[in-house]
Design a protein around this ligand. Sequence first.
Ligand SMILES: NC(=O)c1ccc[n+]([C@@H]2O[C@H](COP(=O)([O-])OP(=O)(O)OC[C@H]3O[C@@H](n4cnc5c(N)ncnc54)[C@H](O)[C@@H]3O)[C@@H](O)[C@H]2O)c1
Length: 362
Amino acid sequence: MDNSKVKYNFEYDRKLKICFIGAGGHSFRNVYPTFQYAPVDLAAICDINGERAAAFARQFGARNHYTDHLEMLERERPDAVFIVTSYHPDGRVQATDLALDVLKFGAHVWMEKPTAATTDEVRQLIDASNANNKYVMTGLKKIFFPAIEKVNQIISAPEFGQPSSIYIRYPQHMPPFAERSDLTRITSLVDHIFHPGSIIHYLMGKISHLSYEREPFNGGTVTNMRFVSGAIGTMHMTAGQSGASPLERLEVIGKGANVVVDNGVKVTYYRKAKPPEYGRSRSYMVDTESAPLHWEPEFSLGQLYNKNIFYLGYVPEVLHFCESVLGGEPPRKGTLEESLEILKLLEAYRNTPEGTVAVLNS
Ligand SMILES: NC(=O)c1ccc[n+]([C@@H]2O[C@H](COP(=O)([O-])OP(=O)(O)OC[C@H]3O[C@@H](n4cnc5c(N)ncnc54)[C@H](O)[C@@H]3O)[C@@H](O)[C@H]2O)c1
């Protein structure tokens, strides 16, 4: 887990010259603000809406703004391009085509999820990335949450034992099977599957096969999966839950130990412990040496870690990309190979009726 000291943008000696495609709501709230803490020189912004491109350039300190990304690439010659756009009318992901343009031009790509809508498109990106010798990283923010990184560290330690099962909950609606061949009917699923999908892959590795059941009232689902490692997992997509409820819960079981994350920030590690004797114990207290460990942020101080751009992984993911490019090493997280596995999961839901088995990796 990286808890190295955060530098402010103006303290960096070496920066990447970057351009940004997209001046929308998410990037305004969560991506441009990360540049305060990253080694980037924001040269130019492009949006097909010229007024927004100009307003964002003023707001975030870019020198130039454009309405045509090809013109921006040609004139600015950036080291890397950030892409945060939306969907084509046919449901395809705009950023996929834009990333291919950027790679052809010869710059590295950081793109928001979804990377693409199909495995074929990700394979196209993998080929273009290799052919042009440029990296593509997707902002899989969940695997940069300090809480999820902590779980990864805990379950990788020998004392946790082999991770044997996982439970993950995420509130997501799934349309009926007959509608799922039409991309325009599953935009929300394409948009969100990257969140639980990235955590599952980060913690448990590749899925071997799965099957699922869907309820017809809200489109909630329960999926059972077997991983290539031999471990098993359940994903509960809790469509229909209250709008006032926390969204997520995660639990990984090892051997005599388990770890739980609630609401993305609270981590409880139940370490190996001898249970109090059944029928004879007056107290539930276990020894301090084997007691559960619990972490949650304080929300009092003006610290970086209690800003959402840190605990929701946005600054860490952008830093990982910038440091990888500056160091000449491919990003290790948010890779196209991870996106490929997440889209295999999406395609399992698109191509396999409820109650039957989908094989993702044989
Ligand atoms: N990781 C997260 O937490 C998170 C949260 C919200 C949204 N997102 C993702 O962020 C993306 C954007 O979401 P949003 O809500 O900001 O969308 P948005 O529609 O507000 O913004 C998209 C912007 O891209 C611009 N655009 C589209 N095609 C373009 C092109 N060819 N050239 C230049 N500009 C172009 C549009 O004009 C628009 O201003 C989506 O992919 C969504 O999945 C991620």
